[in-house]
Design a protein around this ligand. Structure first.
Ligand code: BES
Ligand code: MN
Ligand code: ZN
Length: 503
């Protein structure tokens, strides 16, 4: 995808905030007008100018509050921007990221072209300097993201923000800061790619479009890339995957990306992403309300591409495979019909009781295909069930796994990334709901525990390796007025791979 936007630059610096020659220096104030330590430095240098202003009631330090000051005495920066941090005791991950986001947006909206942001110096419980800087880069990128490709006139900032420098408190922290910066940038770029792909409407973002995007990534970063077309998938016996795309005139694509950064013998991690470029439900047509959001049904595949972008940038010494089954689920004379029975690549037969439960049909063949890589672990990502959104809402992705150590590894990465997951049960008791009297299984398990029975369905195709499934239906995008992709769970995936690379 063409990128005409000016890339925002980030850097790291240590040094006294009052001595920064910059358009704007950003400092934090806690609720109750308590100054963060860089704000104290500025206050001292300016003989109590900040405290005086705060006493006057111009700003209280509540989360989200901002105040822009000009010509603060004895401060070299042209302006000082105060950011409210909320209560000091409650200054955890979310408050930290929110403060960075507020700072980035305020800088953009007030026309600063560059700034030194000292919020990255404020300690967050249990987190280190590298974490602070990494999350600052990710949060700033996220806050400034705009998708303007489909607007006839892009909304141009008067004087665009070009450079943010994050401060670290001591010289000795610069190295950790640089590590955070490098990782944060790679993750931010991966998130941006996933967002762009998710936000691109389905008349543009087709299976073939995603395949071309994968090929481009492969060229840039030296990945292997193979795109299987309809005929190739037929040869492999992918009867479940191919059945879903039959109602569409957009040909299906099965995308295979390989990054060989590890030793030859190292078993790879396989990432599998659901990429339904539009999910109308098929003959079991969805109701009209919110159907416009179903272009986001390729978010799992988009996250795999985003993770690969970061993987390429960081050149991680790991073997990683990406599998992206992609097609469109539409009603048509050729479409799947309720009651149809298909044979999956594994040989197991499936009675399609609802054509809208299509994600599991494309994933099951991808999971079988994954066997040929003799994987160390397989993680699939899918906007799989509305039931998941009912169960957990928009905060965590649902995590299912057939191997506890893998689940714990993912939970750890999710916490480090602040891209959270919540583990759900995958008990055999639920498998009964998938019984069919005609075929080996049905593709739906009734209303109770819908996200669990979907995971149980997938587990039948993932018996030969350690496997985890992330249902990202609630986390991959926002609906309604704030409609847009979140780029989740790219950060989680990259953290998972970083952890493995450091082993
Ligand atoms: N892509 C949807 C799941 C979905 C729904 C994601 C709402 C995000 C928001 C999936 O293909 C689907 O339609 N699932 C059905 C399954 C049901 C028929 C068993 C669902 O959740 O309604
Ligand atoms: Mn569906
Ligand atoms: Zn779907």
């Amino acid at each position: 995808m063409e990128n005409k936007e000016i890339e925002l630059e980030f850097s790291i610096k240590s040094g006294a905030p009052e001595k920064q020659r910059t358009a704007c220096v950003v400092v934090g104030v806690f609720d109750g007008r308590k100054l963060s330590s860089p704000a104290v430095d500025i206050d001292r240098a300016s003989d109590g100018y900040l405290s005086e202003i705060l006493r006057g009631g111009d700003m209280d330090g509540k989360a989200g509050a901002t105040l822009l000051l000009h010509r603060v005495p004895n401060v070299l920066a042209e302006r000082v921007l105060l950011i409210g941090l909320g209560k000091e005791r409650e200054f955890h991950e979310k408050a930290y990221r929110d403060a960075i986001a507020t700072a980035a947006k305020t800088l953009r909206d007030t026309g600063s072209m560059e700034a030194v942001v000292t919020l990255s110096e404020i300690p967050v419980r249990k987190r280190d300097v590298a974490w602070n800087v990494k999350q600052a880069v990710i949060a700033a990128h996220d806050a400034l993201y705009r998708f303007e490709r489909m607007k006839s006139k892009p909304q141009e900032a008067r004087r665009p923000l070009k450079r943010i420098t994050f401060a670290v408190s001591r010289r000795g922290e610069r190295k950790a800061g640089e590590t955070g910066l490098t990782q944060g940038l790679a993750i931010a770029h991966g998130i941006k790619l996933a967002k762009d792909l998710g936000n691109t409407p389905s008349n543009v973002c087709t299976p073939d479009y995603l395949a071309n995007e994968a090929k481009q990534l492969a060229q840039t970063y030296g990945f292997g890339c193979e795109v299987l077309d309809q005929a190739a998938c037929e040869k492999l016996g992918m009867g479940a995957f191919l059945s879903v795309g039959k109602g569409s005139d957009k040909p299906p694509r099965f995308i295979v990306l390989t990054h060989e950064g590890g030793d030859k013998g190292d078993k790879p991690v396989v990432l599998v992403g659901k990429a339904i470029t539009f999910d109308a439900g098929g003959i079991s047509l969805k109701p009209p309300a919110d159907m416009d959001e179903m272009n986001y049904d390729m978010s799992g595949g988009g996250a795999v591409l985003g993770a690969f972008r970061a993987l390429g940038e960081l050149k991680l010494p790991l073997n990683v495979v990406g599998l992206i089954p992609s097609c469109e689920n539409l009603p048509d004379a050729h479409a799947n019909k309720p009651g149809d029975i298909v044979t999956s690549m594994s040989g197991q037969t499936i009675e399609i009781l609802n054509t809208d439960a299509e994600g599991r049909l494309i994933l099951c063949d991808a999971l079988t295909y994954a066997e040929r890589f003799d994987p160390d672990a397989v993680i699939d990502l899918a906007t799989l069930t509305g039931a998941c959104v009912i169960a957990l809402g928009a905060h965590p992705s649902a995590l299912f796994a057939n191997h506890d150590p893998l689940a714990r590894e993912i939970e750890h990465a999710a916490d480090a990334a602040w891209d959270r997951v919540w583990r759900m049960p995958l008990w055999d008791d639920y498998q009964e709901q998938l019984k069919s009297s005609i075929a080996d299984m049905a593709n739906i398990g009734g209303r109770p525990a819908g996200s669990i029975t979907a995971a149980c369905f997938l587990s039948r195709f993932a018996k030969k390796y350690h496997w985890a499934h992330l249902d990202i239906a609630g986390t991959a995008y926002k609906g309604g007025r704030e409609k847009g992709s979140t780029g989740r769970p790219v950060s989680l995936l990259v953290h998972f791979l970083l952890d493995r690379a450091q082993e």
